[in-house]
Design a binder for this molecule. Sequence first.
Ligand code: AMP
Ligand code: MG
Length: 425
Amino acid sequence: MPTDPSPPLVLSYSEASCLVRDHAAHLPDAGVLLEEEVPLQRALGRVLAAPVVADRDQPPFNRATRDGYACRSAELNVRPLRVTGLVKAGEAWAGTLEPDAAIEIMTGAPVPSSADCVVMIEHTLRDGSSIRLTAERKLLPGENIVSTGSEAALGALLVPAGTRLSARHIAVAAFCGYAYLRVFRKPLVAVQATGDELVEISEDPLPFQIRNSNSYSLAAQIEQCGGEPLILPILRDDCDATQAAIVQALNHAGADLLILSGGVSMGRFDFVEEALKNLDAEFFFTGAKIQPGKPIVFGRVPRAKLNSWTYFFGLPGNPISTMVTFALFVQPLLNALSGEARGAPRFALARLDGDLHIKSGLTRFLPAALETQEFAPKVRPIPWQGSGDLASNAKANCYLVVPDKLDEGREAMRAGEIVSVLLIG
Ligand code: AMP
Ligand code: MG
């Protein structure tokens, strides 16, 4: 029978969340982040370790943003101009712009130096080699020109280190000639499922057994937030075996973070906390006032030889509890271990579709469907059978946040109220 590992330390959602983020914020100081170089095409989703800076002024020349005519605005505003040349993208126009002359110009071409605007072709009337402005138009200097260096000056910081790279960052890096980017190494995250009832997904479960889905949901979540999952073989509910597996994960596999699922509740065969305690783990909390996921455990455990420690999470085994607690607590720490400056969790606001009752004392995260049609996000809880209901969870695209209490002692949130949702990948 497990012994009590330490006095229970059950925090509110915000206390637990602040505590994890505090540890996350101090990680870079601990020197755990290593760097590597990857080709630009492999950099999507990685975290930048060295900033992307402008290798020249952007744009590098006064760029025409429309097809039309480059000219002096004051001239064309009052009289027709002669068209004396043409410049297209990929060329430079070498001549001088004579008085009362205009140069035909294409989008992306450099604007001749003595022109102060580009008039759109649609705003002109052409008669042979002469153009005039259509009656209702007036030109302003600078119209349809993006001037040299106005988007970014040479050396300007375009993407800071600590940014998780998305397509728009890849675009700007490509623009500045980065064929390779310096990124942080992906942290290795050991995933340890525990439970006498579990079988591998390739096995046929007996009627009273269940398949180990948590190792796979966790591995997917780890990959989604930039970690390298290492799925360890299922552990039986046995304290010595759990202890040995943790030692193996830390000291042989060299995991940067350890996630255990199951075995953290009050059952007679929940040995995870005891095993960690026997390894001199430090516990930051042993529960959070949330649903699902209340028995979550967070702490760190010393490594044998390296005179250092590794963070661990003991996540409740119920599959939705495992996924929700990952999104709320593991992800911020893992983001930080990957070098990301501002990581998860990410919340958004939406209008509630239906009424919801408050359960005082617990912040709840309910599987929900967020619809974002017509610029007005709407969220509706998905009916579910509780924290083991993976089938309902598969229909969700967010978790609706139900606070533990409401203003003025109200006991329900009503349809049409603005509520928070936890965004998930
Ligand atoms: P526990 O947290 O160990 O008390 O487990 C709570 C519930 O989650 C039980 O119904 C377990 O069968 C289930 N469970 C535990 N581990 C897993 C897993 N790896 N995959 C799927 N379900 C699990
Ligand atoms: Mg169990």
